[in-house]
Design a protein around this ligand. Structure first.
Ligand code: AMP
Length: 142
């Protein structure tokens, strides 16, 4: 099971913003799309990632006026990405040690999806259920 297995089910759509998006506008995009992290693209190139956590941190440090500033002032520019062939175990380990819950997927130099910790957990549960069901039928027919 790898990243492509997850993307095959959830799709490859990636919601993105430009670095000059106003942060208040960003919060509306989080809410409307029920997501917690958004990729920042500049001229089609991955320029950063910004999550709800960045917005909360900025408000707590700088006050609510920060909502009128632009996304590039709070985004993380040093983005950790993954490839379609990376395994679920690898992704879990990178997300755990990096303390983030989202990873853009890059294939042939292009953004081709995004994986969240929720997607990874869902995949893990599906695998465990499949294993349990195989064990049950093995026991019943054995
Ligand atoms: P998250 O847990 O994904 O909401 O993000 C927590 C923090 O890590 C925020 O500061 C994000 O900007 C940052 N972050 C999220 N995803 C990544 C990633 N793939 N690479 C680097 N930083 C990230």
């Amino acid at each position: 099971m790898n990243v492509n297995t997850i993307l095959h089910v959830k799709g490859r759509e990636v919601i993105s913003v430009s670095p000059d998006t106003i942060i208040l506008e960003l919060t509306k995009i989080f809410t409307e799309n029920k997501i917690g992290s958004i990729v920042v693209l500049e001229n089609g190139r991955l320029a950063g990632i910004v999550s709800e956590r960045d917005v909360v941190r900025a408000i707590s440090q700088q006050g609510p006026e920060v909502l009128n500033e632009t996304v590039n002032s709070i985004m993380t520019s040093d983005v950790v990405t993954c490839g379609g062939g990376d395994t679920i175990d690898q992704i879990m380990s990178i997300m755990t040690s990096g303390r983030f819950r989202h990873m853009p997927v890059i294939e042939d130099g292009h953004l081709s999806g995004i994986i969240s910790i929720g997607d990874v957990v869902q995949q893990r549960i599906a695998e465990a259920e499949l294993e349990a069901s195989a064990m049950r039928s093995y026991i019943a027919t054995g």
